[in-house]
Design a protein around this ligand. Sequence first.
Ligand SMILES: Cc1cc2nc3c(=O)[nH]c(=O)nc-3n(C[C@H](O)[C@H](O)[C@H](O)COP(=O)(O)OP(=O)(O)OC[C@H]3O[C@@H](n4cnc5c(N)ncnc54)[C@H](O)[C@@H]3O)c2cc1C
Length: 454
Amino acid sequence: MTQKTFTIVGGGPVGSLLAILLARHGYKVGLYEGRPDSRTTNIYQGKSINIALSDRGWTSLEKIGISAEAKARAIPMYCRAIHDVDGELSEIPYGQEGNAIWSVSRGGINEQLLDIGDDEPNITTHFQHRLTDIDFESATTMFSVKDDRELVVKADFAFGADGANSKVRRSAHSFPRFSYSQTYMPECYIELNIPANQDGSHKLDKNALHIWPRKDFMLIALPNPDGTFTCTLFLAYSGELSFESLKERSAVEAFFEANFADAMGYLEDPIETFMDRTAAPLYLVHVFPWSFNNKVGLIGDAAHAIVPYYGQGMNCGFEDCAELNSLISKLDHDWDRIFPAYENARKPNGDAIAELAVRNFREMSDLSGDPSFQLQKKIEAKFSERYPELWTPLYSMVTFSPEIPYSEALRVGDEQNAVMQTIMALPGIEEDWDKPYVMDQLHELADAAFGARG
Ligand SMILES: Cc1cc2nc3c(=O)[nH]c(=O)nc-3n(C[C@H](O)[C@H](O)[C@H](O)COP(=O)(O)OP(=O)(O)OC[C@H]3O[C@@H](n4cnc5c(N)ncnc54)[C@H](O)[C@@H]3O)c2cc1C
């Protein structure tokens, strides 16, 4: 039997992981990346330089046998460190003791995956090859190469792993019955930096994800192994307090002083950086189908660009790869069945995490506000600790429970919320929340809603 060939467009984290798994299944893979090789050139990737990887990402990497190398360079973050407007610090654990999300360098994990790919004889990687066109019937792709040459590549199958602005996906607009939507979020973001101390140590607790929640906007900081923190400021694009309205230096200074006074001692040139940088947009993309003629598929951000408020975009892309990995074995390399099974399995989960991520902006940005919201979370945490078989908090389902699909987490989370509305409406709940009758009533309601499911 002749060896089947794949073209993968996009050598980001998801494309490079997909290349490895296909090569290990015996396919010959051409991986085509538009940018130069970041391992030999210093290029800004245009995305957050570090990201949080959680159990879904690790489990997916483990299934493909490559988590140990990546985890060795990651920093565990066990809690959210909340910096309130007066500079008071409090901590909210991410889950049960020992539960952590992990700060990893986006470029670093990408390069680790490319390195592993270099050792796979079935993978050939081509940098500075930018996709210009694709034929969805034959999986033939056209690239513009760095010296302006045009290259036509024939393969049996192709995948678009070319990110949120995917050219493969944009080319599919002429495909019959292709559904597409793109929605901009009100917020944009810029990155800021907290440098290391002189001795290379971190200026803030490195085992926490730091959040300065200010309701309509927020600043977050994730640690890097070199002692620095990469910070992201999420702020409205337009409106009274926004990137558009904050143009004068004095207004920017007043904004930082009023909202991030305690961070001002740590941040590196926040005012200059704010004024120099163009804020990047955040948007959601929903499409269907994710595969075309059982020849070409979409994966990662190309299939489901989501907002970063749950820290799940890359986790979800890695899960797409793990799903494909198991379908290839299960369906015995029959791509007429693998493509439909893959999109049917993953599309509902892509939609669910997109929805959850949008909702999570409020959860993060209002962490030190809205007492009733905080009280609800406190009651849920206590109940879940006492009755773990009846109640896993939504955050834990999404982040620490890879066995629960995103779509199931969304559904159960909504049911839990409905139950909690009854509890939150109890007279005197603010004073009584810790009393046994509240737990008893919640137990009764939860048992009726979830108990029978075992
Ligand atoms: C501010 C921010 C914070 C984030 N935080 C988190 C987080 O904490 N946790 C998490 O899991 N996710 C996070 N994400 C999401 C995460 O970065 C993405 O989900 C992830 O990078 C997607 O990987 P990908 O390989 O699908 O796409 P990308 O990383 O976008 O890679 C696509 C690749 O395709 C290449 N390419 C594009 N067009 C072409 C073309 N025409 N021809 C050839 N190559 C092309 C690009 O150069 C790129 O290398 C965050 C995103 C942002 C913006």
